[in-house]
Design a protein around this ligand. Structure first.
Ligand SMILES: *Cc1c(COP(=O)(O)O)cnc(C)c1O
Ligand code: SF4
Length: 400
């Protein structure tokens, strides 16, 4: 049997983020999430004390006050390469003057969420599940945030979640079986407040499945305490989607936080956003997803960057994303491969985008290729209602 040649191994190491610029603080302070939040870098002075900003970044910081606030936890700040303006961590978190350039295709609400809000804070787009925006605050702010119109408090819109009305809506809508808590970041709630909300949701019998979308394990791993995990454990089945984009974000602290969550039975998935100069390369993406598997996190979605206002310097082509998936499928563990999706502009929901493997499909047969480009055929099963349409042959695919 022919076995394809092994591909170069991508190095994956877990390193600590401490103490970096904060060598004068005690380890008790460092591992206290409230200390981390209180000591976030939020000002131009705070940045310039530690980094040499480019003129584009400097202008971006000044601009951020009226769009999306600047905030970086000390933990995450330490991951920035001091002398590299192209550092993939830096590009995600330090404002850039490009945020002020709005192209005609960009929108304040690119996924059309506001139009699908029956109750303030509750987005009901899909038949059986809802997105519940419970806070507008995050531990740090991602410059490409799809909800930058409403997170951080600096932008044009405010989030006014009506908790009683939202719970009332969920009680009435028995078709909803899945509630996704997001924001902002739900894990910035205090233990008591989060426990109370999860308890109220758990009292609704038709809600089978709860999940939390959070970037806290990455920005603020200190927040993942045994007490928090015990609370989450009470409300099972409760799943969690974390958000990482680059392998360097998976530090020793993050790995330990994820282990604690997994040990408390929280199934973990990851969502990444495809970002120019951050993770738009196959080796980087491979390293990220391999590290995630080692942390017991299943890569879930890879998002084409939404058409958020001022994001053109961070967006890549859809082609690039397809090329990355093509480079993963068959080449590495299937569990490691996220689904590449575009959240349809204007509000169509998430649509999978894949490399095309099928050349031809009619009522007789399917013709397709594998990851090595070899062509195969499967005879179509004849059954009632088989459509008579055919997927045409892509000539160029056959000849390549
Ligand atoms: C992403 C999203 C969901 C969850 O979608 P899944 O594909 O089930 O993860 C639900 N509601 C809204 C509005 C969303 O954007
Ligand atoms: S953590 Fe999520 S909600 Fe918060 S700024 Fe980043 S992408 Fe936006």
């Amino acid at each position: 049997m022919e076995i394809s040649t092994p591909e170069p191994r991508v190095e994956v190491n877990f390193v600590t983020s401490a103490p970096g610029y904060w060598s004068d603080v005690t380890s008790e302070q460092w591992s206290d999430w409230k200390w981390q939040l209180k000591n976030r870098v939020t000002t131009l002075e705070g940045l310039e004390k530690r980094l040499q900003l480019t003129p584009q970044e400097r202008a971006g910081v000044i601009l951020s006050g009226s769009k999306l606030s600047l905030a970086v936890t000390p933990h995450y700040f330490n991951l920035i390469e001091r002398d590299n303006p192209n550092c993939p961590i830096r590009r995600q978190i330090i404002p850039h003057v490009g945020e002020g350039t709005v192209s005609p295709v960009e929108m304040a609400d690119p996924c059309g969420e506001d139009a699908h809000m029956p109750v303030p804070g509750l987005v009901h787009r899909y038949p059986d599940r809802v997105l519940f925006l419970i806070t507008d605050r995050c531990a740090s702010y991602c410059r490409y945030c799809t909800r930058s119109r409403m997170v951080s408090g600096a932008g044009e819109q405010e989030l006014h979640t009506d908790f009683d009305e939202a719970i009332g809506y969920l009680k009435k809508h028995t078709e909803v079986r899945d509630v996704l808590l997001s924001g902002g970041d739900p894990l910035l709630f205090s233990d008591e407040k989060l426990d109370a909300l999860l308890t109220r949701l758990r009292e609704i019998p038709h809600l089978e499945f709860l999940r939390i979308g959070t970037r806290v394990p990455i920005f603020l791993p200190q927040r993942i305490t045994p007490e928090l995990c015990r609370i989450l454990q009470k409300h099972h089945p409760l799943w969690m989607s974390i958000h990482t984009n680059h392998p360097r974000e998976l530090t020793i602290e993050v790995r330990d936080a994820l282990a604690l969550l997994a040990d408390h039975g929280v199934p973990l998935g990851n969502q990444s956003v495809l970002l120019a100069g951050v993770n738009d390369s196959l080796p980087v993406m491979k390293s990220l997803i391999h590290k995630l598997l080692r942390c017991r996190v299943r890569p879930y979605y890879l998002y084409q960057c939404d058409l958020i206002q001022g994001s053109s310097h961070l967006r890549t082509s859809v082609h690039k994303g397809i090329e990355i998936i093509e480079g993963l499928r068959g080449h590495t563990t299937g569990y490691a491969i996220p689904q590449f999706v575009i959240d349809a502009p204007g509000g169509g929901g998430k649509v999978p985008v894949n490399p095309s493997y099928v050349f031809f499909h009619d009522s007789e047969k399917v013709v397709f290729r594998n990851f090595e480009g070899k062509v195969f055929e499967y005879p179509e099963v004849q059954e009632e209602g088989t459509p008579s349409w055919a997927v045409p042959i892509h000539e160029e695919a056959f000849t390549s």
